[in-house]
Design a protein around this ligand. Sequence first.
Ligand code: COA
Length: 256
Amino acid sequence: MSQDNVAVTGQGSTLEIRFDRPEKRNALSRAMYARVVEALEGADTDAAVRVVLLTGTGSYFTSGNDISDFQRRASGNEQRDGSPFLTALSSLKKPLVGAVNGPAIGVGTTMLAHCDLVIAAKSARFVMPFTSLGLVPEAASSLLFPRLFGHQRASAMLLLGEPIDAETAREWGFVNQVVEDAALMETAQALAARLAALPPQAVRQTKELIKNGKTDVPGRIAEELTLFRERLRSPEAGEAFAAFMEKRKPDFSAFH
Ligand code: COA
């Protein structure tokens, strides 16, 4: 059921969070951010949830931050440090899949840099019109996007606000796969189910290494090795090894 224009539904071990304000092209209001934060924080503590999937209702993923909220903030004297939404999104321990059902504007694009895997419908496009609104980038996009697809491409998007289409985003490594619009949710849910069937601690630790591991090679090797040695003795690895020897499919459903 949709509450505050966000629908949060459990699909097996996947928690689906859907921006559900199609009449405003899923523009994100403060109430919507708060609801998404609640869902993300709940996902990390709920053992039944293994994967989180983000998507939108209708033809837009999201048209970005609600501009009337921007206006209200501009006219008030709010002095908040940080954004609970960006904190919850970027610190989520469980894997996050983006299913981009249409254009993703502003924070609609920048939030995807914090997803682990992204599937885009053919109708998706990505645009960050920050400078034309007199704003600057957020969600660490000015750090992550040059790193991900290069300084010049990131500059065209962030300085000029040039949009890219779904296929370009795939070529640049920003999305994993582009599918027909009608196949989006089935593809994204199948991907989420694949993640959910894996050993959950191994998945969370791998995500943590990818996102926050040490940045020098010797340091990272040492960090991985410490975890690797622990993992060799873990019940999850025990089940994987036993299943291989017994020529059966492993079952990680009991692990959290
Ligand atoms: N904030 C607040 N309201 C928004 C919005 C946003 N980001 N995006 C769309 N809306 C509202 C419109 O004001 C309109 O409301 P109304 O029906 O009460 O007049 C409704 O959503 C539909 O938008 P409309 O512009 O008529 O639809 P469209 O399909 O022609 O265009 C967009 C869709 C998304 C291209 C266009 O609305 C747009 O450019 N929105 C602003 C995007 C933006 O700059 N976001 C901020 C990024 S930092």
